[in-house]
Ligand binder design. Structure first.
Ligand SMILES: Nc1ncnc2c1ncn2[C@@H]1O[C@H](COP(=O)(O)OP(=O)(O)O)[C@@H](O)[C@H]1O
Ligand SMILES: [Mg+2]
Length: 368
């Protein structure tokens, strides 16, 4: 298999201009179509995977799956090709940056922006799920924030390399029976090789929402064994001082339920519930700004929104129980209210009005 470099011509059709990204499976280049038109993104398999039949099959499958997806929030794929040496496909060239880089630079995102990004991810998933496609690898590096049509935060979901069609008659492309995905973002059923469903992706959207609000992964600081343990036991960090204590925490907790049947049923349902809470946020922020300044665990008043969140202890993931000091880790209670009771769940808007969670000083721009 040939290793591509700038200046190479692929299939007599695409001039490789520069490498623009690399992941665990592939390398992506900016390429110029020689027949004319705008630059495209051209993806090939990493050289070490290029000759592996399973990787090649997955690569081809990725294109077949995404080709039928037309959502403006899913990357548009064009040609799948093989020039005898290079298996490749081209797609629209995304200008902007992956969500991962954006969070790394910006830290905690304003709640309205986090909601807006999550809503667009869910729009992409609505179409994919309707077509029986589960992404399985929604990480911040597989979400792109594009500048498009004057919108600096137009979301594109890409890298469907691990996507699976729910049609069980299709062959499963797992490697040596391993669970596939990116560990910190995998749903419990992915780790346990259980039944996948749209709820599998919605679990990860819950994590992404958390990460946007916290500026870091919910399991930050834990080793792999501990992450697995937390996920399969349905535990997550102490809600206090984290986005789980925000009004939006109700959404995240619902999405992160260990039992897929207790999560949102559809991406559209999750999007709608987020929209409802989104409308309540300004109210909450107004109330929070009236409340007296709260002290955080370090004894300082109102952490600045762009400072890293406190490293939370791991305690009971039940909201209320977790507010007791020194609570030991325990499993999610099975009696947690579901989001069907959303008007009730939103009561934290008035009940928990810590300015720490949605500080009025959080930067807001007019651009979202
Ligand atoms: N269409 C695209 N336009 C611009 N950059 C892209 C595009 N697709 C992927 N990239 C960049 O390449 C990186 C790797 O692509 P990805 O499809 O995620 O590969 P992998 O399957 O190896 O994870 C991405 O994180 C992103 O930075
Ligand atoms: Mg990727």
């Amino acid at each position: 298999m040939r290793v591509l470099e700038p200046g190479d011509v692929v299939d007599g059709r695409f001039l490789i201009l520069e490498e623009i990204g690399k992941g665990g499976m592939g390398v992506v280049f900016r390429a110029l179509p020689l027949e004319g038109g705008r630059d495209v993104a051209l993806k090939t398999l990493l050289p070490r995977l290029a000759d592996e039949p399973t990787s090649r099959a997955r690569f081809t499958r990725e294109v077949e799956l995404i080709r039928c997806l037309k959502s403006p929030h899913t990357v548009a794929v064009d040609a799948l090709g093989w020039d005898g040496e290079v298996l490749y496909y081209t797609m629209e060239l995304l200008e902007g940056e992956p969500l991962e880089a954006f969070i790394r630079q910006r830290g905690r995102l304003p709640a309205a922006l986090a909601l807006r990004i999550a809503a667009q991810i869910l729009q992409s998933l609505t179409e994919a799920h309707d077509q029986g496609i589960i992404h399985r690898d929604l990480t911040p590096s597989n979400i792109f924030l594009c500048r498009q049509a004057g919108d600096p935060y137009f979301v594109k979901v890409f890298d469907f390399g691990l996507a699976r069609h729910l049609d069980t008659t299709l062959p499963r492309l797992t490697i040596g029976g391993m669970a596939m995905g990116t560990l910190p973002y995998m749903a419990p059923e992915q780790l346990l090789r259980g039944q996948l469903s749209p709820a599998t992706d919605l679990y990860t959207v819950g994590q992404l929402l958390y990460e946007m609000l916290a500026g870091q992964n919910i399991y930050n600081g834990l080793n792999n064994a501990s992450i697995i343990e937390h996920k399969v036991q349905g535990r997550f960090p102490d809600p206090k001082d984290t986005p789980l204590a925000d009004p939006l925490g109700a959404i995240i907790i619902k999405a992160l339920q260990r039992d897929p049947d207790r999560r949102y049923r559809t991406a559209e349902q999750m999007r709608q519930h987020m929209a409802i809470l989104g409308r309540l946020l300004p109210l909450h922020e107004a109330e929070a700004s009236k409340a007296p300044p709260a002290r955080n665990a370090c004894g300082t008043i109102n952490r600045p929104c762009d400072s890293p969140p406190l490293q939370s202890d791991l305690v009971d993931s039940d909201h209320n129980a977790a507010r007791r000091p020194n609570t030991a880790e325990s499993q999610l209670p099975t009696s947690r209210p579901t989001i069907a009771a959303l008007p009730v769940v939103t009561s934290p808007v008035t009940r928990r009005r810590s300015p720490r969670t949605l500080p009025s000083s959080r930067p807001t721009t007019g651009s979202f």
